[in-house]
Design a protein. Sequence first.
Length: 259
Amino acid sequence: MTDGASTIQSVDRALTVLALLAKHGELGVTEIAALLAVHKSTAFRLVSTLERHELAEQHADRGKYRLGVGVLQLAGAITARLDIVQRSRAVTRRLADELGETVNITVLSGHDALYLDQASGTAALQGHNWVGRRIPLHATSNGKVHLAHVSADRFAELTAAPLHRFTDRTLTDARRLRAEVEAVRRDGYAVAADELEIGLTAVAAPIAGPDGEVAGSVSASGPTFRIPAERVPEVAAKVVDAARQISRRLGWHGLPKPS
């Protein structure tokens, strides 16, 4: 068996162990080995690895293994994302109707912004469904919001690779981008006009979670001719208000904490 195949088999077995612990509640190494049809030493290595990552834990009295707190942490991350979608939906629908444009909810995911939900207004572009899409941080209003609320070290990490130029308006210089996101932090909203696509303008604001940390962003986007520079302050005020409403629904009643 090649190293790659062996690694895949180990991952598959570890995931199976998690499923078995979820099903049975508690299992000993001998029981796990029997259910997996592997040697006891292999089963021990698997649960030991899971234990190091807090995905499994050993009961002190009985010596059996059960699911660990790491599983709750992973589940909590998914629950938090679902919570943002559920608690923001009424606000985003209302904002989309008011502006007539597309309204999106995003979260920071790795080196991208991930779109979780979308509401379309009466004048919104058809066939532009962003849900599930990952988009670059430096060329979008949502992305700039996320960049504005990470630490200096995280910002450097997220902008270390060459920044791709999508249009002649895209910011590809990290120093200029840093100056812009500092303005985003100061003003409370971000704008991207013709930076990801020519003819598309978006305005975004940060959503604070119950601890005051930025948990996501909300944006309104539409054709640049419908959101020209002179209309941006009006749209921004409505987007910022929507972000605050969503933050209150998530349990935060102040402004997002500075990074």
